[in-house]
Design a protein around this ligand. Structure first.
Ligand code: ZN
Length: 314
């Protein structure tokens, strides 16, 4: 590590099994979802968003949440996260006995909050605080994500003051962290840098997690800017799958292998094994029946194993 400004280590959260898959039209089997979790663990993931407990009519891909939880490998060293939108979802997640952490979502604008979860923005903050409180009361942990922190698909620009105020309100419920999500992929590094710094100050000593979608190609630049501003946890999905059923035009998450490649090459440890991530990309591409958006998944790491390089240049 040569640049003192940058941390030596960040924590990655694998969101592929939930955010990555939820918007896919092809129905993925429960066994394949569990296999994806197992492969993520083999590649070094220790925090994984495994499913969401939402209305199956709204998000059919997550209808097997209970079955996915029942099949999760029993690991003391892995934190399984279940995304929930309300008290009912929280109770369902707690009842599985397999979820360690509840993820709540507060939305920065009223229009998007209505489309995403049928409540106002303030209502989504209250619901998130309730979910975190339920998690803490049940002996789990809770965290909150502020969706559309950098821009809204319906209302356009989102004021930084609004996001900072939401983060401060969410922090009072005692989550383990607060995340800023660029749900539709409109953020730029300067905006990310400013907002991460402001939110960190507002929720001190809680950490900031970041969640970027690569809709406009700024995903990796935003990850780098966020880490430079003090974010210590990064969401990503293997292969770069993802989207939002309620956010028109949103593309995939930043790809786990792309983020891991960038950070590891820059001397920042992610705890992930790039070769295993690339293997998983190939496997998942087979399951999905299409190539996945990740760049490193296609190109491979660097420097490559000698045998592989010789084969390629032959
Ligand atoms: Zn997302």
């Amino acid at each position: 590590m040569t640049d003192k400004m940058y941390t030596a280590k960040i924590e990655m959260v694998e969101v592929g099994p939930r955010d990555g898959l939820q918007n896919e039209k092809v129905s993925i089997s429960t066994a394949d979802k569990i296999a994806l979790v197992e492969r993520a663990i083999e590649a070094g993931s220790r925090r994984i968003e495994v499913t969401s407990f939402v209305n199956p009519r709204a998000v059919p891909q997550m209808a097997d949440a209970d079955a996915v939880c029942a099949g999760l490998p029993a690991r003391q060293d892995v934190t399984y996260i279940g995304l929930v939108m309300n008290g009912r979802g929280a109770e369902r997640a707690i009842e599985t006995g397999r979820i360690h952490q509840l993820g709540a979502v507060a939305v920065s604008t009223d229009t998007f909050a209505m489309a995403n979860q049928g409540q106002t923005s303030d209502g989504s903050v209250d619901a998130s605080c309730d979910i975190i409180a339920r998690a803490n009361a049940a002996g789990l942990t809770g965290q909150a994500t502020i969706a559309a922190s950098f821009g809204c698909p319906f209302e356009g620009e989102v004021g930084e003051d609004r996001v900072v105020a939401m983060a401060a309100a969410l922090a009072t419920a005692e989550p383990v962290e607060i995340a800023l999500a660029d749900t539709i992929g409109v953020a730029n590094p300067a905006h990310v840098s400013r907002l991460v710094a402001r939110v960190l100050e507002a929720i001190d000593p809680l950490p900031v997690r970041v969640h970027f979608h690569n809709t406009r190609g700024t995903g990796l630049a935003n990850v780098w800017a966020a880490i430079g501003a003090g974010a210590t946890v990064v969401d990503a999905s293997i292969g770069g799958l993802g989207g939002c059923p309620f956010a028109p035009g949103a593309a995939g998450n930043v790809a786990t292998e792309d983020v891991a490649y960038m950070l590891e090459r820059a001397g920042i440890s992610t705890g992930l094994d790039l070769d295993r991530l690339i293997e998983t990309n190939r496997w998942l591409s087979g399951v999905m029946g299409k190539p996945l958006p990740a760049m490193v998944g296609k190109a491979g790491g660097f420097p490559q194993a000698r045998e592989e390089t010789e084969k390629e240049s032959a």
